[in-house]
Design a protein. Structure first.
Length: 287
């Protein structure tokens, strides 16, 4: 029996016909079968992957999406380290049900788990759900987001790699790490330096379109660049303002230009406030 460094349980959940069984086969055996019989209860496969020189053993659990198997499915959450919540980008109904599935995680998992929202069948031309909608919803549930295609093997390995990395980082526990963002941006691109307060580690990420790249898209990239779980990273601008979930749609261009403006504004206000009743200015702020 092959030895391993980590053992993780990953559960796939979501509505019926969202392609969970196809994703399971692609993950475990790197194959695609065009026709499936609906999963009855749960299905299970094992996969050992190499990650950063470590052997990672993954237990992959595929759950039935039908309501009548929900009780059986709920027991599968227990002991899970990661959950892939799937919807079909060609099915608005499956996307609308994501919130219900996320609520099930909170009820049945019993502990914090790494979550990734998967928009499957992204190779299809008849999509009903835009990428931006999936990204926004994932941010609301503190989850990473990938659009995948089990058929064309698009982003399947990448999603599992991201989940594996976060699960390994979660094993370390600990409080959130503060990360400060610095950099310059124009509409054509940006270079962003992120400095982690824990260990004084710095990474530089380059993006091509700072005007269209949102904070929701950038955050997972920065987390991975610093080898931090997205759930354990707390990002702030160089002026000290904390980036929150409501900033998810803000562009990188806006954010990096905001910090200097806010800093200048604060300096101006301090300067104006540091005058005595005669109108004399006191550089040290003492009146």
């Amino acid at each position: 029996m092959m030895s391993y460094d980590y053992l993780f349980k990953i559960v796939l959940i979501g509505d019926e016909s969202t392609g969970k069984s196809a994703l399971l086969l692609r993950l475990a055996d790197d194959v695609f079968v065009d026709r499936y019989i609906s999963t009855i209860g749960v299905d299970f496969k094992m996969k050992i992957i190499d990650y950063d020189g470590k052997a990672i053993k993954l237990q992959l659990w595929d759950t039935a999406g039908q309501e009548r198997f929900r009780q059986c499915t709920s027991a599968t959450y227990r002991g899970a380290h990661g959950i892939l919540c799937c919807y079909d980008v060609t099915s608005r109904e499956s996307f609308d049900h994501v919130s219900n599935w996320m609520d099930q995680i909170a009820v049945h998992s019993g502990k914090p788990v790494v979550k990734i929202l998967i928009g499957n069948k992204c190779d299809r031309q008849d999509r009903m759900v835009a990428w931006e909608e999936g990204s926004t919803l994932a941010e609301a549930f503190d989850a990473e987001f990938f659009e995948t295609s089990a058929k064309e093997s698009i982003n399947v390995a990448e999603a599992v790699a991201a989940m594996t990395e976060d699960m390994i980082l979660e094993q370390g526990g600990g409080a959130k790490t503060a990360v400060t963002l610095m950099g310059t941006a124009t509409a054509s691109g940006a270079q962003i330096a992120c400095l982690s307060m824990a260990g004084n580690e710095m990474a530089v990420v380059t993006i091509e379109d700072a005007e269209r790249t949102t904070w929701a898209k950038l955050r997972p990239q920065l987390s991975r660049a610093l080898a931090l779980s997205s759930r354990k990273a707390m990002f702030m601008l160089s002026n000290g303002s904390l980036l929150k979930s409501e900033d998810k749609d803000s562009s990188v261009l806006e954010l990096l230009q905001l910090a200097p403006r806010e800093r200048d504004k604060m300096q101006s206000e301090c300067s104006l406030g540091a005058r005595d009743s005669a109108g004399h200015h006191h550089p040290d702020g003492q009146v």
